[in-house]
Design a protein around this ligand. Sequence first.
Ligand code: GLA
Length: 386
Amino acid sequence: MTLPLDARQLADRFASVFGTAPDGVWQAPGRVNLIGEHTDYNEGFVLPFAIDRTARVAVRRRPDSEIRLLSTFGNQGLTTADAGSLERGTAKGWTKYPLGVVWALQQHGHPVPGLDLLLDSDVPRGAGLSSSHAIECAVISALNELTAAGLDDRDMVLATQRAENDFVGAPTGIMDQSASLRGAAGQALFLDCRDQSFRLVPFDAEAAGLVLLVIDTKVSHSHAGGGYASRRASCELGAEVLGVKALRDVGLNDLEEASGLLDPETFRRVRHVVTENDRVLQVVELLDGAGPAAIGPLLDASHASMRDDFEISCPELDLAVGAARAAGAVGARMTGGGFGGSAIALTPVAAEQQVRAAVERAFAGAGYVAPEIFSVRPAAGAMRLA
Ligand code: GLA
């Protein structure tokens, strides 16, 4: 992988492409979700953290309404659009994300002028690490300042969700952008998705002699596809039949009764959400007390629940998790929306090489595309760089 451009290099590149310096450079990170999957749109709990992989944008306001967009990656050349006539379904590739943010700001009553924008990113795309939200959060941070829109973090979370839901067409929740905007080094974000209240919880794997490995299975996924939406619909059906506002309002003790009221598939979906919410609370308690090494069994249980009850894993993710655990990881699970993307494996530093080798061997043995394995640590959220 080529090295990401720093703020100065990106500004220089911007000037050579657009003929003048940018107004500024902003960055926002991707995220790993430690635990709490498909709980966000059920008004439940999540525990993601911002990672040390970021999207960076150099942006300049234009005096007209033209938007010109270019990235340092891929083969999508310079794209142009008109700020006054953005329409859902018209944008292509990565430009959906910045244009979606412009559109969402307009929908929220904040006029956005024309722009020149150059994007660089080292968040792996399609890997379940929220490369799209990294772009959206970098862009909204930039536009919030450049247009003096005066949005706070909550507003930016909701505006980027609107961009995803109504412009990009992915019915996602608020977890990813919350982590990208609010993350902090060494900490995970314990977020209550009902009211957006949150607390930073220490997650220092290194201090506990551990490393958090990301295993990108290279199975590409999209939340604008049917699987994510159908899981969301099952959850909404479950809440309706059980007579609650959201599955957040169903407790472990209600599950027995729920099993008699729901069809078997909807019951399994509901059971995942209910037990996952409880696992988030348990992990937070452990991180506050015993420390990261103690959370392994809850990561494993989360994976089993997604594999068997929510049915959003895939053979590559299951193999990654199984091979990592067998080679010495203390816990492992798929992370993100599922149907592909990445697994995480919390691994003792001493076992890192054997875990990496075992996963690579297992993938080669199964005839799968070689995975990409790298370590991540909790890093800062969105910020202005220059
Ligand atoms: C994707 C979505 C999030 C969340 C996760 C699953 O990452 O963007 O809102 O629903 O899937 O936990």
